[in-house]
Write a protein that binds this ligand. Structure first.
Ligand code: FES
Ligand code: FES
Length: 157
């Protein structure tokens, strides 16, 4: 039997009817049309489904929607400015060629946002450690780390 849940998604309150077994990833993608979070492995190993839950990264392929009732969810779509402008982290990824096929990119950028929100000037080692669970099948890690580092160098603390 479906259950009603309430989520704040990218700043907008949403009331949703979900099955008890519905994954947050599928609810975001299929009910809300937010296709930024990707279905990669489906078993918690690649990070392509990463979203922020109350500011902290979670794997939405491993998260039941009913379990996060009442929470605040941020997807990559939520990083855009009100005028549609890209977030500085998105800009930096583009400038550094850190986007190849793009499949890992939403998860990587949300991990970067989470890191920079907590630690505005991380070391390269801290960046690598933070994105350790996010796999890039195009192996563009050097550019990804450079892109995150650049934001940390140019943003005000
Ligand atoms: S799709 Fe969720 S960790 Fe791979
Ligand atoms: S850019 Fe292709 S998976 Fe990372």
């Amino acid at each position: 039997m479906k259950k009603q849940i309430a989520l704040t998604v990218n700043g907008v309150k949403r009331e949703l009817l979900v099955n008890p077994q519905d994954l947050l990833l599928n609810v975001l993608r299929e009910q809300l049309g937010l296709t930024g979070a990707k279905y990669g492995c489906g078993i918690g190993e690649c990070g392509s489904c990463t979203v922020l839950l109350d500011g902290e990264p979670i794997l939405s392929c491993m998260t039941l929607a009913v379990a996060v009732n009442g929470s605040e969810v941020t997807t990559i779509e939520g990083l855009l400015g009100s005028d549609g402008s890209l977030h500085p982290i998105q800009e930096s990824f583009l400038e550094h060629g850190a986007v190849q096929c793009g499949f890992c990119t939403p998860g990587m950028i949300l991990m970067a946002k989470n890191l920079l929100d907590k630690n505005p000037h991380p070391s390269e080692e801290e960046i690598r450690e933070h994105i350790r669970g996010n796999l890039c099948r195009c192996t563009g890690y050097t550019q990804i780390v450079q892109a995150i580092k650049e934001v940390s160098l140019t943003r005000k603390a």
